[in-house]
Design a protein around this ligand. Structure first.
Ligand code: HEM
Length: 140
């Protein structure tokens, strides 16, 4: 149980780092530096992927949180968090792969609406995760 608590706490702290990268990426985009925006997004993506593979998925496979009942509001929020998180990873993987295939130049980086959607889903997923942590659903 101590391990689970530590993993949840580590996840929480590192998710704030991801949020900081997302925020910086949006700020530099507004300031007119699209390549730096892309590079910061790549860093946020790599961190998010790492946290998913090495903390969130193992915790889920270990049976925590236990999704006991669909009538429980937190369980529903968890399922939404899970589904939006998967959708965010799929969209972000596409954006990052396209950038990488163009050797990290902005040549192929179009798609304002796709990026807006990804940023929106990512923010909602982060917010729901924070809610679940603060409500005690993720023990920490
Ligand atoms: C996971 C990843 C990403 C997210 C969440 C994201 C998010 C965003 C957002 C919210 C905008 C502002 C859209 C608007 O004008 O309202 C934007 C614009 C833009 N981003 Fe990204 N972005 C991502 C990855 C990338 C990558 C890898 C690049 C490559 C350099 C990139 C290049 C651009 C460019 C060039 C624009 C301006 C697009 C346009 O106005 O048509 N983005 N992005």
């Amino acid at each position: 149980m101590t391990d689970v608590i530590l993993m949840n706490q580590l996840n929480l702290v590192l998710q704030f780092v991801v949020a900081a990268f997302l925020f910086m990426a949006i700020v530099v985009k507004i300031k007119g530096r699209p390549r730096l925006h892309g590079l910061l997004m790549v860093m946020a993506y790599v961190q998010n992927l790492g946290l998913t593979l090495f903390i969130m998925v193992p915790l889920l496979l270990a049976g925590l949180p236990v999704v006991s009942s669909y009538s429980n509001m937190e369980s529903v929020v968890f399922i939404v968090h899970y589904l939006l998180g998967v959708a965010t990873l799929i969209l972000a993987s596409f954006l990052v792969a396209r950038f990488a295939l163009a050797r990290f130049t902005i040549l192929n980086c179009r798609g304002k609406w796709l990026m807006r959607m990804t940023a929106f889903l990512w923010s909602v997923t982060l917010g729901l995760g924070l809610f679940l942590y603060s409500s005690g659903f993720f023990p920490g």
